[in-house]
Design a protein around this ligand. Sequence first.
Ligand SMILES: [Zn+2]
Length: 388
Amino acid sequence: MDTNSLVSLLQDLIRIPSPNPPGDCLAIADFCASYLESAGYDVAKVAPDDRAWSVVGTMGNDEGPSILLHAHIDTVPLGKNAQWSNDPYAGVIKQGRVYGLGSVDDKAPLAAMMQVAAGLQKRQKQIRGKLIIVCAADEEVGGRLGTRWLVDAGRIPDCDFAVVGEQTHNRVATAHKGVLRATFHVTGRTAHATDPGRGVNAINGMAHLILDLERYQRETLASRTHPLVGSPSINVGLIEGGVGTNVVADHCTIRVDRRMIPGEDAQEIIEELLAIAATRQSADHDRSYRVDDFLISNWFQTAADNALTQRFLHISAEETGTAAEPVGYLPGSDAKHLVQVVRQGMVVFGPGTYEVAHSTDEYTEVAELETTYRILQRMVEETLINGQ
Ligand SMILES: [Zn+2]
């Protein structure tokens, strides 16, 4: 393997900023498209608007299985107060690490996938099957203008097996959680704070509702578990309410984040949250309680008992010295959008961890990136060159 070219490809990708928001991926999509074109791929560079450019490259034929490699090309924005030790867009190498915004999320798996794709060019005549590589925009804000749009617009061909590049420490994840967000509102009545009994304090009502949510976590959610991703959860992330210190608060809202495990139904969770508000309402007729503004991003889970997932598990176990068992991945990914184009199996896989992603001084370990590359390369060549 050519480590130098893998690392310099990663540096090239880091040096093309693609923070989202604002989500302008034109420059990085241009880079990916011309890289894949010069490696002999059929390339489409497409977007639903003038910012969210994605790239789909294909090579091969219909005489064998098809593999899809997917990584996103946008990154989170720089933190407002982030104090990076080096320029986040320089791709600085220090002590076996490549530093930069997006260095691990998601430009490391992107670089490994692009290099694997390019390596297939010299064996083009031996290919029995197809490699599809997707460099997707818009993942960091949910994928609606990226992978969701590509799938709905028929831009991503069906495939037998897919790898979605994210940070799993080179373990093979076959499930991740989903998220449902909602807003609870409590309405009361203002009065002068000198005589609070004349009003109805909405913040006090919300305090009771928050304790109801704690009980929901303890008594309901903790007892549900998934073998790979654990239990569902609910977190109160934002609170807002009141008019002034000397006024009885007439309104209070909270924004909650409810993580779903595979198998949970979003509509049933909405019913649970509505029931929590209704129960509190029936215990308190002075205030009004409601919940709305639901936003859903689904979980993902695929079977591991198919030949291609088993092959990927075995290759990664051999290369990393870990067990050939799938794991869970806690954050979300674009895998949820790809379910309908994948026939057999799909895994989330890549170097690094999600704790390093989205943080100051984000980095990728070069040695780990090389392992990512080797695993992907073996999977692609053993499937598309030697036949299934
Ligand atoms: Zn990512």
